[in-house]
Design a protein around this ligand. Sequence first.
Ligand code: GLN
Length: 253
Amino acid sequence: MIDDLVEQLRAAGSVFAEDEARVLSESAGSPAELDSMVQRRIGGEPVQQIVGWAEFCGLKIRVEPGVFLPRPRSEFLVEKAIGLGRRGASVLDVCCGTGALGVATAIGLGSTELHATDLDPVAVRCAAANVDEVGGRVYQGDLFEPLPRSLRGRADLLLLNAPYVPTAELPLMPREARLYEETITLDGGDDGLDIQRRAILEAPFWLAPGAHLLVETSDLQAESTMRLMKDVGLAMTLATSNEWGATVVIGQK
Ligand code: GLN
């Protein structure tokens, strides 16, 4: 039965047919529901939207229609953040989307001081459900603007996976992203760095001395991201992973 499902999904072009067959059959309450889920998947809807959650760092992260789905590659940023953090660290997740990065970092560290922000009310509602699980808080607004002033100069880890796709490259995104994620979650402006630029400029005001800022970027944009960090006086290093296809620039105050 599961083998048939794998075949059906593979024939429809699914690259991760085994994983998807497992997730769909675990989530369906009945054979009829499974059938309708499979039809939606074959129609192109992302499996995470069909079941309402995404697997990230071994966690079930709740998702809602239109939000940015956590990418496997961002697990690399979380790994780095956990390596730099300590138990009880104060974690900020800016442009949090579902909140996946902050939640996974907080769980990895055993930390409950997580503050996450996003501009998009749908992301904030979705993140609230995820972040609540670890006792953190979510705020709606642009970058740092909605955060309590009392957090200034106190963050031990600042995580940033801002939209970084250059506007002209949006039409080249995979169909699932173009059709099922809001443009605002992907569009980084002309060079893809508009949001990173503003966030990195303000980041030092929120970091504690010695604290770290971790920014996911693309390999082509890494040099520019590093320059932005250098310009605000942060010491920076580049972390890349071929396995994850991930590039993270890490700044230290
Ligand atoms: N190219 C990235 C992706 O779709 C963009 C991620 C982002 O903008 N944060 O995974």
